[in-house]
Design a protein around this ligand. Structure first.
Ligand SMILES: [Zn+2]
Length: 176
């Protein structure tokens, strides 16, 4: 029953065979991964890798890995078409830069936390207050200390939007 589409008239070739102007055989290697309704998918892969190389790469792989390999090649080809110089390396290095910036930001924030803890401990000992002592539980000295520290609170070192805004690779690139 599922063959009915092929039985009536000429069989519709997959996107690869259509572009290569050849007959799409029943056991066509490309057909499962390059359906006729997504012609651009094969066009970019063919442009960047070449059909015979794609064919070779698919033949060298076990069938269960071919789908992933095609997704990867499609992604790389689209990135190369979009950015002829850097291809997907452009996306990788942009994301790497974001990681570096965020790790620096995290390190600074952690250093700030340590700094504030040290300063808090110093001011506790100056007031003769031991935060571990249960005898001080009445009169809530801790809340007084907390409120007196409010004006010491540092501004955020970085604006989150600044880092996130650096990303100029939109979602669509990952899903095609
Ligand atoms: Zn085909």
């Amino acid at each position: 029953m599922k063959e009915s589409g092929r039985k009536q008239g000429a069989p519709s070739p997959c996107a690869a065979c259509k572009l290569l102007r050849r007959r799409c055989a029943q056991n066509c290697l490309f057909a499962p991964y390059f359906p006729a309704d997504e012609p651009q998918k094969f066009a970019n892969v063919h442009k960047v890798f070449g059909a015979s190389n794609v064919n070779k790469m698919l033949q060298e792989l076990p069938e269960h890995q071919r789908g992933d390999a095609v997704s990867s090649m499609v992604y790389e080809a689209n990135a190369r078409v979009r950015d002829p110089v850097y291809g997907c390396v452009g996306a990788i290095s942009s994301l790497q830069q974001q990681i570096d910036a965020l790790q620096t930001q995290l390190a600074l924030a952690q250093a700030e936390v340590v700094h504030l803890r040290v300063r808090q401990n110093v001011s506790f000992s100056n007031h003769g207050y031991d935060p571990a002592s249960p005898s001080n539980s009445t009169g809530s000295p801790s809340s007084k200390l907390m409120s007196s520290h409010h004006h010491h609170q540092p501004k955020p070192l970085y604006d989150m939007d600044m880092v996130v805004g650096q990303s100029h690779y939109d979602e669509s690139m990952w899903t095609c």
